[in-house]
Design a protein around this ligand. Structure first.
Ligand SMILES: *Cc1c(COP(=O)(O)O)cnc(C)c1O
Length: 355
């Protein structure tokens, strides 16, 4: 979370703008929360340049919830294609198989999830209801630098993207997207809010077994208020949207400014790792994530010492995911360049002492 957002929330914690209530105490149907929700949606639309034909839904259930909710809403009794590029898309495929005929169209499992399969070779199913990709694989550190153009591949299926771990870190080419979903907890706010941004034409065809509270049309028709939305999380994400809109890098503003900052942060870390024989990142350079940088020490017996020293230097949560091992630096939007500089400084010093 950006520190400025936490400060602002702290200052309004007991009394939101003279209302005499904390946001947590408001009726979700009252005018105060109505204003918070409307502002959050307007700011998000501006921030991500979301076209008018898309609905913005503020839901719950997280990314894993969406792994079921998307097929329940969009599969329409037909096949669905998945491109597996790491743990998250693998989970999405497995969950979808409970609700529809889910087909593996391409995978990078052979290389240990360190590349992106060339879209020209994806084996797309004729008439599939949609094609799912995870646009940033958080655990394996693989990111689509541009979204696949399904129309150019001869497909009319809408593209579904799980953008949980890089939402608002870069712009989105909405001409290529049918639906985007993401948990808020990586780049936007506290856990508990799930964003769904979906084209109007995809609503209204949910399977009968789809829970009403997870039916996109029902949620859209009720302005995300069919049931009580996660009010506090929406408020916090709304503050983050405002903060993001205010960010500047030279001439750039908002997400473009964040993207420039994220490129600078990621390049600093990858360039350092590539120049060192002591550290390694195994992901192909054309699909390295700007948000999640997994890396390994050449001598893994030093992992514990590396992490202990990092903790002492105030550099936290660097242990890699257990399925991959090694280290992982998650350098989300709110991480300033100075944080990455501190990490690289520590890594350089650790190498000097132990190489
Ligand atoms: C973190 C993450 C999720 C999270 O799912 P939850 O159900 O919110 O825990 C889903 N997809 C991706 C790509 C993620 O990084």
């Amino acid at each position: 979370m950006p520190e400025a957002v936490l400060q602002r929330a702290a200052s309004e914690m007991l009394d939101w703008q003279g209302s005499g209530m904390s946001v947590m105490e408001m009726s979700h149907r009252g005018k105060e929360f109505g204003a918070i929700l409307a502002q959050a949606e307007a700011n998000l639309r501006q921030l991500l340049a979301i076209p008018a034909q898309f609905h913005v839904l503020f839901m719950q259930g997280g990314g894993l919830g969406e792994n079921a909710i998307v097929p329940l809403n969009l599969s329409r009794g037909k096949s669905v294609d998945f491109v597996v590029t790491g743990s998250w898309s693998q989970k999405s495929l497995k969950e979808a198989q409970r609700y529809c005929s889910a087909h593996l169209a391409a995978s990078n499992a052979e290389g240990g999830h360190t590349s992106l399969p060339d879209p020209a070779r994806w084996q797309l199913t004729d008439g599939a209801s949609y094609v799912h990709v995870c646009s940033n694989e958080t655990i394996h550190g693989v990111e689509f630098q541009q979204l696949p153009d399904l129309a150019a591949l001869g497909s009319t299926a809408p593209l579904v993207i799980d953008f949980s771990s890089h939402v608002a870190s870069r712009s989105v080419d909405w001409t290529r997207v049918g639906l985007a979903f993401g948990g808020a907890q990586k780049n936007l706010g506290p856990a508990g809010l799930t964003l769904v941004i979906v084209r109007d034409e995809l609503l209204g065809d949910a399977l009968d077994i789809c829970p009403s509270a997870f039916n996109y049309k029902t949620v859209a028709d009720n302005q995300s208020m069919y049931n009580t939305p996660p009010t506090w999380a929406i408020y916090m994400a709304g503050l983050t949207f405002q903060w993001l809109l205010q960010q500047r890098e030279g001439e750039l503003a908002g997400v473009a400014a964040m993207e420039a900052r994220n490129v600078a942060k990621a390049s600093l870390l990858y360039d350092f790792i590539d120049a060192s024989a002591f550290y390694a990142n195994k992901v192909a350079p054309n699909c390295r994530s700007r948000m999640n940088v997994p890396f390994f020490l050449a001598d893994e017996s030093r992992n514990e010492a590396f992490l202990a020293g990092a903790r002492e230097a105030g550099l936290l949560q660097l242990k890699g995911h257990k399925s991959v091992g090694g280290m992982r630096a998650s350098i989300y939007n709110a991480m300033p360049l100075a944080g990455v500089q501190a990490l690289v400084g520590y890594m350089r010093e650790f190498e000097r002492l132990h190489a």
